[in-house]
Write a protein that binds this ligand. Structure first.
Ligand SMILES: C[S@@+](CC[C@H](N)C(=O)[O-])C[C@H]1O[C@@H](n2cnc3c(N)ncnc32)[C@H](O)[C@@H]1O
Length: 387
């Protein structure tokens, strides 16, 4: 394998404590490499640092696969996957989980979710991951067994690496798979749904949401209804709002599947829905605000921050006295401190008196590495309106 020279001392130190990215201004001979080629990272003296895959056309030009000299073949992925699976089994129900969380599980660019213990959903988000997808999937079969796989290569990050947006299947992948989450049954549209199909990252937050369920519940940005369904048993009514027709159809299907008949459905922009509720004088006892990432780039961060502020200000105005709101952001670039400031401003401008009663985080199968902050993305607050 060819050697890529890391010239930057700080980059070398970061690699030594486990950081997985190297930037294009930190290396010397990038031109020697093809997109997605595996290589060896060495320092200026030629001493070995790590094995990585390299993309000379990406700002993050190298992503580390191992701090040992390895050949990323089936055997390599098999060994890695066995360790990851053993760990994930010890913390979550593996059959309904994110088995591989890219950088978090030290497999940069690789995502693997398991639905109902029957269907696997994968994403390859970088050129390097794409090129290594075959040995990865073969190793998956060895470690987990033979299951149909949908490859949902639809992430915006693929565009940055000159990769096509596409959905492919291996084996007979059904339209939808039934899963169970905290005792709630969910039909997941694995082929046509968003991301890999479902948001396992909110598993623990949905469970907490169910603990506050009563009266009128609003699930804003509901997708297929995860938050609302968790509240439906104890609520008088659950109102689902999502701009996607398919998502709202699945909210209905999932309410039926669990024998709940207290649903109300709006295929609508969330801001428009809030306006209608305000005009009609509707208030809620429990609200979930779980918007899509408003930005994936620093260039649009300020606009995204304003967007979150406006959204939360409006959502807070719908709360009954004593009511509770779960508000979240999955934008990686909006860190916890920034999110706190957004909520502070939104509370002040809404004129609604609220107290913070809890924090929300990504579910534990979405592994966070303390020395690689980029693995942390989902954050939120639970607020209660003061009577
Ligand atoms: C992060 S996902 C929500 C996930 C869901 N709460 C869950 O836990 O399963 C964001 C959702 O917002 C929806 N969405 C995007 N823009 C919207 C808008 N302007 N108004 C309403 N929904 C929107 C998307 O269709 C998507 O289902």
């Amino acid at each position: 394998m060819k050697e890529l020279i890391v010239k930057d001392k700080r980059a070398k130190r970061r690699i030594s404590y486990g950081y997985l990215w190297v930037y294009s201004n930190e290396v010397r001979n990038l031109k020697d490499f093809e997109e997605g080629e595996t290589g060896i990272l060495v320092d200026e003296k030629g001493d070995f640092l790590a094995t990585a895959y390299i993309n000379p056309h990406s700002l993050i030009c190298a992503r580390i696969l191992s701090r040992k000299k390895v050949n990323p073949n089936i055997q390599f992925f098999e060994n890695k996957l066995k360790k990851i699976v053993e760990y994930k089994k010890s913390i979550v129900d593996l059959n309904n989980s994110r088995i591989v969380f890219a950088e978090g599980d030290e497999l940069p660019g690789f995502i693997l979710d398991f639905y109902g213990g029957r269907v696997l959903s994968a994403q390859f988000n970088t050129m390097g991951a794409e090129k290594l997808s075959e040995p990865f999937l073969k190793a998956v079969e060895i470690v987990l067994g033979k299951f149909p796989v949908v490859i949902k290569n639809q992430s915006v990050f693929r565009g940055k690496e000159n990769l096509e947006i596409e959905v492919k299947t291996k084996g007979e992948v059904p339209e939808e798979v039934e899963i169970e989450e905290n005792g709630i049954k969910m039909l997941v549209p694995v082929l046509k749904g968003q991301k890999t199909g479902y948001y396992f990252d909110q598993r623990d937050n949905k469970k907490r949401f169910s603990e506050f369920a009563n009266g009128e519940v609003l699930d804003l940005f509901s997708y297929i209804g995860g938050f609302g369904l968790h509240a439906a048993k104890s609520a008088e009514k659950v109102t689902f709002v999502d701009s996607s027709e398919n998502a709202i159809e699945y909210c209905k299907k999932n309410m039926e599947l669990n024998n709940f008949s207290n649903g109300e459905y709006y295929k609508l922009d969330a801001f428009k829905a809030i306006k209608i509720f305000k005009e009609n004088g509707r208030n809620f006892d429990l609200i979930s605000v779980d918007p899509p990432a408003f930005t994936k780039s620093r260039k649009t961060l300020d606009r995204a921050i304003k967007g979150y502020e406006n959204l939360n200000r409006e959502a807070f105005s719908l709360l009954k006295k004593g009511g509770i709101v779960f508000t979240m952001s999955c934008s990686r670039l909006v860190d916890i401190n920034t999110f706190d400031r957004i909520i502070e401003k939104a509370v002040i401008s809404s004129g609604v008196k609220l107290r913070v009663i809890g924090r929300l985080y990504q579910a534990k199968d979405h592994t966070v590495l303390p020395y690689m902050k980029e693995t942390e993305y989902l954050k939120g607050l639970v607020l209660m309106r003061i009577k």
